[in-house]
Design a protein around this ligand. Structure first.
Ligand code: SF4
Length: 322
């Protein structure tokens, strides 16, 4: 497998992996800003459909931007989101409405149409990023999203979190890895882009088991993938469990994580676009050890530097099953 910097004329360290920012420039020819929305969904693991307690690590407040409040209309949240990003990042002319909080396909189709059509009617919104669980999708909804995907950029991002059912049981996900595989294959079968989210450092998983997930996931029809190191978040069951049973948790230190992530992406399908390497919950939500005040972009810089030093790249050890 050839590294990206041989394939691309872009002589940057980013070319050692398939970076999300480059992906949008390739698709749209310019920078596109994701604008997060909380549309007031719940999730089957909270509303009693499957469970009430939620996943053990979950506290949606830890990553929802302050302007995201479900009592506001979709249009109002997009307006405020655009303002919010303007002061932090370079200006963008086009936006993707990112339905992030909870499970954004967990409602009747009529409700989904109302919310997603409102987002797409907003000037400059060019597509949707929809975060959900793999057990919250069906043919009727996929047909609707496939119709949108023929006109807009649409991606459905599934929370996989782990490829191991014993871990999924332990963190109370209330779905299996097979559910994730089925949802991803089915979504791709409708011609809709698919994304996946994975957490590294979940209790009971060895480092080698996590590395092996690169090989498992590489066989799926995914377009994008994002990773988070496990963080212990306030007001979660996991925060309590961490206090009672700290020996169950092997949280990543920063240096170890950088080495780990490089080993992981060396084995990852080079076609997958890497959206994120780490998570960054605000300090007031942290109930466990942290990496200090390092920002996500600083960790990305460290990963890029290490790739360069080791002269390695995403997919270097990837073996396609053909
Ligand atoms: S992580 Fe997602 S699926 Fe789990 S409880 Fe939170 S919103 Fe629900």
């Amino acid at each position: 497998m050839q590294p990206f910097f041989f394939l691309s004329s872009v002589n940057s360290m980013k070319a050692r992996y398939n970076a999300y920012s480059d992906y949008f420039v390739k698709i749209f020819g310019e920078r596109v800003q994701k604008v997060t929305i909380d549309a007031g969904f719940s999730c089957p693991n909270r509303d009693g459909t499957k469970g009430r307690g939620g996943c053990t690590y979950c506290n949606n407040d830890a990553f929802n931007p302050s302007y995201c409040q479900p009592h506001k209309s979709i249009a109002q949240q997009i307006t405020e989101g655009i303002e919010f990003h303007k002061v932090r990042y370079r200006r963008a002319n086009r936006y993707l409405a990112y339905f992030q909080a909870f499970s954004n396909t967990h409602a009747p189709l009529s409700k989904l149409k109302e919310l997603y059509d409102e987002a797409l009617a907003y000037p400059g919104v060019t597509g949707l990023v929809i975060g959900t669980r793999p057990d919250c999708i069906d043919d009727e909804k996929l047909e609707y999203f496939a119709g949108l995907a023929s006109k807009y950029y649409v991606i459905i991002e599934y929370g996989i979190e782990s490829c191991y059912d014993r871990t999924l049981l332990k963190i109370n996900r209330q779905h299996s890895f097979e559910d994730s595989v089925n949802a991803i294959r089915k979504t791709a079968g409708y011609g809709i882009r698919t994304g996946a989210h994975l957490i590294f450092g979940l209790p009971g998983e060895s480092r080698e088991e996590m590395i092996h997930e690169a090989e498992i996931l590489s066989e799926l029809p995914l377009n994008t993938i994002k990773f988070h190191q496990l963080q212990i978040i306030e007001d979660t069951y996991m925060a309590l469990d961490f206090l009672r049973n700290p020996q169950e948790y092997q949280l990543f230190g920063l240096e170890e994580y950088i080495d780990f992530i490089i080993r992981f992406i060396e084995r990852l399908n080079p076609e997958f676009v890497i959206e994120r390497f780490t998570g960054e919950a605000p300090p007031r939500f942290q109930a466990g050890p942290t990496w200090g005040n390092l920002r996500t972009d600083q960790v990305v810089n460290m990963i890029e530097k290490r790739l360069e030093e080791l002269d390695t790249w995403q997919g270097r050890l990837y073996k396609a099953n053909v």
